[in-house]
Design a protein around this ligand. Structure first.
Ligand SMILES: N[C@@H](CCC(=O)N[C@@H](CS)C(=O)NCC(=O)O)C(=O)O
Length: 219
């Protein structure tokens, strides 16, 4: 059995964060697809691994680690090279704050379970769901644009990839899927383009995964 098994879904932005981290740290893993559209995240077997019924979940030598942030911090502690956080405590705090803007403000409100709830209980149509997601994604990305103006270089924090980039890139990909206008974010777009020149990011892209449907697949 592989040392690392990643339960994830090609299109999930939280899964995408972890795939980038594993690629940066050069840790091979077995890919186990959890099809969110079929509700596989809610099966009893999967919820034994991840009580919230979300992806990703990492299994490392039989140890179960749910949640992308917990997984990335775990990998960073066990495999500190190359680092995703600098040594300086102030910058570590600011990077975690940038991650949190996405992790707790932008991403959760566009999540599938939220969308389904709005559809079922409040009669949201596809265009209402898109407008809802875009509103909250913009709320997070506005704050991140303002924040990263002060810290970015080639990447979110200076010229070295950090954890913040692992959260930003998947969120931009998701926001563009929901047709959010990304033109107000020149700093974020610059970082996005620079990250997407790097192999660990390219390899982790949703359209290059084993469960990517044939019609979406890119080389
Ligand atoms: N904070 C969690 C969130 C996990 C999460 O919500 N993942 C989404 C996919 S991006 C999911 O599994 N959604 C399933 C659903 O909404 O039913 C993490 O970072 O891992």
């Amino acid at each position: 059995m592989a040392d690392f098994i990643l339960h994830n879904y090609f299109r999930s932005s939280t899964s995408y964060r972890v795939r980038i981290a594993l690629n940066i740290k050069k840790l091979p893993y077995e890919y186990r697809a959890v099809n969110l559209l079929k509700g596989e995240q809610l099966s009893i077997g999967y919820k034994d691994l991840n009580a919230l019924g979300g992806v990703p979940t990492l299994i490392h030598n039989d140890k179960v680690i749910p949640d992308s942030f917990a997984i990335i911090e775990y990998l960073e502690e066990l495999f500190p090279s190359p680092p995703l956080l600098p040594k300086d405590s102030y910058f570590r705090a600011r990077i975690r704050h940038a991650c949190e803007i996405i992790n707790s403000t932008a991403h959760p409100l566009g999540n599938l379970k939220v969308q389904l709830y709005l559809e079922k209980n409040h009669g949201f149509k596809p265009q209402d769901k898109e407008a809802w997601a875009c509103h909250w994604y913009a709320h997070g990305l506005d704050a991140l644009e303002t924040t990263l103006k002060n810290f970015s270089g080639t990447y979110s924090f200076g010229d070295t990839v950090t954890m913040a980039d692992l959260f930003l890139v998947p969120q931009i990909v998701t926001a563009s899927r929901f047709n959010l206008d990304l033109s107000p974010y020149p700093v974020l777009n610059k970082i996005f383009d620079n990250c997407n020149k790097l192999e660990p990011f390219l390899k982790a892209h949703p359209f290059r995964q084993p469960d990517t449907p044939a019609e979406l697949r890119i080389s």
